[in-house]
Design a protein around this ligand. Structure first.
Ligand SMILES: Nc1nc2c(c(=O)[nH]1)N[C@@H](CN(C=O)c1ccc(C(=O)N[C@@H](CCC(=O)O)C(=O)O)cc1)CN2
Ligand SMILES: [Mg+2]
Length: 295
């Protein structure tokens, strides 16, 4: 039986640390670290994530400021809001929930966020800093994956890590963090010939492709540690004949679990870590901004 890497337990540990750091921040400066969360439109999944972010922020002693904008918000209106939040000293972290409605330019909005307040770590300045190993705000999902990997494996030096997927949000920063931790890193993607053969060489396999249960046991080196970043809703015929909605990862958990050394479940794996690391980044941003202000 593989070790089940429990994202709920590990994220609770991270959030405990954030809560005591937030209390110390309040003690030192008389203000709570502030996180602004911006949601445009009514995507149901995004609404759930935003609600959870606000709840975790409040529980951790952060000040959360929620901005909900209608679906037909213009780029100019969103830019103006981001500019106001950039200028607001009570706001230390800014997060624009993705995906944005199709008429909005995500790349432009991300670039408009002040890099010091970019708690998602998506701004080109933070992306560049990460790639050259400089201090930066690190994207939350890959940061959460690293915390789980280090908790279960300790030092990752010399391990061969295979990342399946090359998105800007997960695959690319994940590869950069694994490299920084002295892993040998292979990224496989849709144009890789025989990705399965490469995946089978990984001591660590990180799946971030967005295809339900694509990674079966025949992708896994026996004894590997498997991190499943996928969150996919599927419909299945239930025992009574009706359709049931179910949340599954990119990894076929039942098939891979007997082969792996350790594996994250979906739900309850990487997802809660993403939110916990967002709170952690807000603390990092708040401390840096406070130091820069010299007060
Ligand atoms: N601005 C951002 N947008 C998006 C990000 C992001 O990091 N920043 N990541 C994803 C969505 N996301 C956070 O925003 C996110 C997704 C899932 C979870 C989570 O806890 N999932 C649970 C299951 C929840 C459910 O029942 O649906 C789990 O895996 O246990 C947290 C955060 C895209 N957009
Ligand atoms: Mg767009």
């Amino acid at each position: 039986m593989a070790i089940r890497i429990d994202g709920k337990v590990i994220s609770a540990q991270v959030l405990d640390g954030v809560a005591s750091d937030a209390a110390a921040f309040l003690d030192s400066y008389g203000i709570k670290p502030g996180l602004a969360v911006v949601l445009v439109g009514e995507d149901p999944a995004s609404q759930v994530y935003v609600r959870n972010k606000i709840a975790r922020a409040t529980e951790s002693g952060l000040n959360s400021i929620e901005h909900r904008l209608p679906m037909d918000t213009t780029q100019d209106t969103l830019n103006q809001l981001v500019a106001d939040l950039n200028a607001d000293p009570a706001v230390h972290g800014i997060l624009v929930q993705l995906p944005l409605p199709a008429h909005l330019d995500e790349e432009q909005i991300i670039a408009a966020i002040s890099p010091e307040k970019d708690v998602d770590g998506f701004h080109p300045v933070n992306v560049g800093a990460l790639s050259v190993g400089k201090e930066s705000l690190v994207p939350c999902t890959p940061q959460g994956c690293m915390i789980m990997l280090e908790q279960v494996l300790g030092d990752l030096s010399g391990k061969h890590a295979v990342v399946v997927g090359r998105s800007n949000i997960v695959g690319k920063p994940m590869a950069a963090l694994l490299l920084q931790a002295n892993c040998s890193v292979t990224i496989v993607h849709s144009r890789t010939p025989n990705p399965q053969a490469l995946a089978q060489q990984g001591d660590i396999l990180v799946a971030a492709v967005g295809r339900p249960e694509m990674i079966g046991a025949d992708w896994i080196k026996p004894g590997a540690t498997v991190i499943d970043v996928g969150i996919n809703v599927i419909e299945r015929v239930g025992p009574s004949g009706g359709t049931q909605r179910k949340l599954v990862g990119d990894v076929d958990y039942a098939a891979v679990e007997p082969v792996a050394y350790a594996i994250t479940p979906v739900p309850g794996g990487v997802g809660p870590m993403t939110i916990a690391c967002l709170m952690k980044n807000t603390l990092v941003a708040a401390r840096r901004l406070q130091q820069m202000s010299g007060v």
